[in-house]
Design a protein around this ligand. Structure first.
Ligand code: IDP
Ligand code: MG
Length: 237
C-alpha cells in the first residue's frame, strides 16, 4: 500500500519535474538533491538559499501555487546516494560482562539516541592473543594478564560508530574508567560498579580509533550508508 502511494507520488513529482524543466526550477531541484551527496554538514543552511531563490523566481513568474512544495518533494524522492560523506568513526566494544548482563540493547540505544550512526557490528569471542593486541599499550600494568583473560572469556560485541565528534563524545557517554568515579548518566556510572567489570570499551583518540577499527574489522565489514535521520541530526541555522 505505502509503496503504491510512494510510486504515485513519485509519478506526480516526475510529471511536475518535466513540466518545470524549462522553467528554471528543475535546476534548483537538482541542486537540492545533490546536497546530501557532497556533504550533510550544514546541509540545511545549503538548502535555505536555494529555497529562497526558487520562491523569488516563482513569484516573479506568477506561478506561486505549488511551486514552493516542489523542491522539497524532489529532494525527498530523489534516489539517496549509496554512500554518505565519511565522518569520524570510533571503535566501541561491549565487554563479556556487558553482554552477559544483557546490557547490549541499552548501550546501543544510548549511542543511537544521541544521533550517532552504527556502521559495523559483530559478536566475537576474542582469543587471548587478540586481547593482548587490543590492550598492547597496557602490557606493563599489573592487571594486564587478568584483563586479557577477561576480555577473551566470552562474547564481545564489537562495533564502529560514526558521527561528528564521536571519539571524544563516545568517551563521555561511556564515563570514567573506574565506575566509582563515573558520573551518573554515563554508561559506566549507571550500569557498572568496579573497574575490573566496567562493561564497555571506547577508543581514546583518533589514532587508537583507526588502529582498533582495523584490528577488529575488515574494511568490507564497515558499511557506508546515508541514514534517514542525518538531515535532522546535522545542520546549522
Ligand atoms: P578505558 O577503558 O577507560 O580506556 P584504560 O586505562 O585504557 O581505560 O584501561 C583499559 C581497561 O583496563 C579498563 O577499561 C579496565 O577494564 C581495565 N583497568 C584499568 N585500570 C584498571 C585497574 O586499576 N585495575 C583493574 N583493571 C583496570
Ligand atoms: Mg583505554
Amino acid at each position: 500500500m505505502s509503496s503504491q502511494i510512494y510510486r504515485a507520488a513519485s509519478r506526480s513529482v516526475r510529471a511536475l519535474l518535466s513540466a518545470s524543466r524549462n522553467s528554471g526550477l528543475f535546476s534548483e531541484g537538482r541542486a537540492i538533491a545533490a546536497a546530501p551527496v557532497t556533504s550533510f554538514r550544514g546541509r540545511l543552511s545549503t538548502l535555505a538559499p536555494v529555497y529562497q531563490q526558487a520562491e523569488a523566481r516563482s513569484t516573479s513568474r506568477g506561478w506561486v501555487s505549488g511551486a514552493l512544495v516542489l523542491p522539497a518533494a524532489v529532494y525527498m524522492l530523489q534516489d539517496q546516494p549509496a554512500q554518505a560523506a565519511e565522518m569520524e568513526r570510533t571503535f566501541i566494544a561491549i565487554k563479556p560482562d556487558g553482554v552477559q548482563r544483557g546490557l547490549v540493547a541499552e548501550i546501543i540505544d544510548r549511542f543511537e539516541r544521541k544521533g550517532y550512526k552504527l556502521v559495523a557490528i559483530k559478536l566475537v569471542i576474542p582469543t587471548k592473543d587478540f586481547a593482548e593486541k587490543h590492550y598492547h599499550d597496557l602490557k606493563e600494568r599489573p592487571f594486564f594478564n587478568g584483563l586479557c583473560n577477561f576480555l577473551s572469556s566470552g562474547p564481545v560485541l564489537a562495533m564502529v560508530w560514526e558521527g561528528e565528534g564521536v571519539i571524544k563524545y563516545g568517551r563521555k557517554l561511556i564515563g570514567a574508567t573506574d565506575p566509582q568515579k563515573s558520573e551518573p548518566g554515563t554508561i559506566r556510572g549507571d550500569l557498572a560498579v568496579v573497574v575490573g567489570r566496567n562493561i564497555i570499551h571506547g577508543s581514546d583518540g583518533p589514532e587508537t580509533a583507526k588502529d582498533e577499527i582495523s584490528l577488529w574489522f575488515k574494511p568490507e565489514e564497515l558499511v557506508s550508508y546515508t541514514s534517514n535521520a542525518e538531515k535532522w541530526v546535522y545542520g546549522s541555522n
